[in-house]
Design a protein around this ligand. Sequence first.
Ligand SMILES: [Zn+2]
Length: 264
Amino acid sequence: MMDITKDNYYSQAAALEYMSCSQYKAFCACEEQALAEIAGDWSRGSSTALLTGSYIDAYFEGTLEEFRAAHPEIFKRGGELKADYAQAENIIKRLERDPKFMRYMSGEKQVIMTGEIGGVPYKIKMDSYHEGKAIADLKIMRDFAPIWNERARRRQSFVRYWGYDTQGAIYQEIVRQNTGERLPFYIAAATKERYTDYDIFGVPQEWLDERLEEVRRLSPHFAELKRGEGEPKRCGRCGWCRETKTITYIKDARELEDFYADND
Ligand SMILES: [Zn+2]
């Protein structure tokens, strides 16, 4: 197995050998799209929303100068930050005023570890790792309101909706394999509202246990698909599926009433 470092963490070779939290979630969403992404045939791209989060990540990581240099597109012609990044600056200033938030984000940054779940190699990269104490991950989002999950047919916390419980389960398990300690997982979150809201959320152990079981159960199949064994499923809804579709039959409009019913 290759050694995973910060220089090769996001490489194609690393993506082929190791699963990561985001790769696992990509497979859960659409197997074919996940494979296309690994092959380099498809990219979900970096939206402004993602870049705003990356800007704040870079601040906490202590690499904001490098980030600014690598992304000239975040500046207006006059040299000022564009609105989204000016807002990111304001969020940072607000968070700096809260000692507890800063303490949770003051662990070792971007710590990489590897291990295996369900016999499948995994790599993780933690935002803020407090050795022997806790794992914290930074999230920037629109707001903290529950989100309607059409597949689950109910409202969920943003933590579950975005699969941050799955992320916590994978991080906690890989850290446990490396250190023998099962650490609590926290989301250090801030909102992009006009007046930023922010909090530290502890993700309950029962959510993490439940998700880890699922990761154990599903990972071997995703690893098989990566080795070219078996047929990947198409979700029929994602960007990749839309971009590569051809009409095979005329649909009854009633199918639209049950958009998600056939896939879960
Ligand atoms: Zn798809």
